[in-house]
Design a protein around this ligand. Structure first.
Ligand code: CP3
Length: 355
């Protein structure tokens, strides 16, 4: 095991809440907290393209720290993207402004899977590990650092569609046309994700979040067949591998955005994850009654940040009071939007911490 001698952690609210322990104040962080709503991020982006920031540890570290310098956040998340995995598998991924990610040569049919390679995670994605180690040092123990990955179905969706889609129809059709090949592809991605998350924990990530951002498109049957088994496998194998390497286990978070309450409940019952993220369509009271023995993370509507400051503060307070101080991590219900006003971010954090 590598020894890093990281600075002592001064704010452990987030980790305590993830482990189910009582906290003095509710921990809060924001998905995409390092992003375009920050003028310093936009300024940095005029000088560097998206993937060079991801691939250059000093740049990724700098951008990760930007929101931590500005706001009273309780966790940081390493700057990267879920699409670095398809890239490492040999696919071209472009980040186009006003469009989002584009994969110009998608996997159009199962025979195209032959083009995919199984990366050597330490070598091909080692830059993410280096960014994590550097950031742990530069954070000076101020807050913990979260590592992350896309989940298998979410990545499969991008790889087949060649980018974002409002229906994921081509990717979802695979489940009916090519169920066997779908499982082959999902397993291939799962194997990489497991090594990738272990590498991140080894490098110093103190929690690991799995983004199943395309759970919106799955009914209960599809979730149960094509998402849940892989989510479970990821957490089980990551824990076993960490144990074998003598690396302490870290809390694991699953965020199946748009999943039905039934699906969320099944995920919670599996006990595979310490924390389950929910989007803004889930009522806090339903989350509490249906998701037991897990910490819940979420779920203010990112669009609620466009109300005035006082309203943002009051809404954050309300959500925080509804969930309370046990087994809760405050966040938005999805990534913060690029033109969110900075005072709203401050009001959101103040509102959460006021409870
Ligand atoms: O949360 C953080 O601050 C860490 C950084 C982070 C980014 N992407 C940076 C980013 C994280 C955790 C992600 C994850 C990610 N990437 C997800 C899962 C979360 C979710 O939103 O569901 C997904 C689906 C992606 C794929 C992706 N990357 C999309 C769809 C886009 C375009 C989105 C848009 O708003 O244009 C990206 C680009 C991206 N990833 C940006 C950032 C800051 C903006 C691009 C830019 O700076 O030009």
């Amino acid at each position: 095991m590598e020894k890093h001698n990281f600075p002592v952690l001064k704010n452990d609210r987030f980790l305590k809440a993830a482990r189910g322990e009582e906290v003095d104040k509710i921990p809060v962080w924001i998905m995409r907290q390092a992003g375009r709503y920050l003028p310093e991020f936009r300024e940095f982006r005029t000088k560097h393209d998206f993937f060079s920031i991801c691939q250059t540890p000093e740049f990724a570290c700098e951008v990760t720290l930007q929101p931590i310098r500005r706001f009273d956040l309780d966790a940081s998340i390493i700057f990267s993207d879920i699409l670095v995995i398809p890239q490492a598998m040999g696919m071209t991924v472009e980040m186009r402004s006003a469009v989002g990610p584009v994969l110009p040569q998608p996997i159009a049919s199962p025979s195209d899977m032959a083009r995919l390679k199984k990366p050597d995670v330490e070598k091909d994605l080692g830059y993410v590990g280096e960014a994590i180690t550097l950031t742990r040092h530069k954070l000076e123990g101020k807050v913990p650092l979260i590592g992350f990955t896309g989940a298998p179905w979410t990545l499969m969706g991008y790889m087949i569609q060649g980018g974002g889609s409002s229906t994921m129809a081509q990717a979802r059709s695979w489940f009916y046309k090519y169920p066997q090949e779908s499982h082959t592809l999902l397993q291939l991605i799962t194997d990489i994700i497991i090594d990738y998350l272990v590498m991140q924990a080894k490098a110093g990530a103190q929690a690991l979040q799995v983004f199943e951002s395309h759970a919106d498109y799955l009914n209960d049957e599809l979730f149960e067949t094509f998402s849940l088994p892989y989510l479970k496998q990821i957490s089980e194998k990551v824990k076993l591998k960490l144990d074998a390497l003598n690396i302490p286990r870290v809390p694991m978070i699953a965020f199946p955005k748009g999943a039905t309450l039934n699906s969320l409940e099944r995920l919670a019952k599996s006990q595979a994850y310490d924390v389950i993220g929910i989007d803004w369509t889930i009522e806090p009271s339903d989350a509490r009654t249906r998701l037991t023995n897990v910490t819940v993370q979420g779920n203010m509507d990112p669009c609620a940040m466009y109300a005035n400051e006082e309203q943002v503060y009051e809404r954050a307070r309300k959500i925080a009071s509804q969930f309370g101080k046990t087994r809760y991590i405050a966040n938005l219900g999805h990534g913060i939007l690029p033109d969110t006003p900075i005072p709203s971010v401050e009001a959101f954090i103040r509102g959460i911490h006021s409870v």
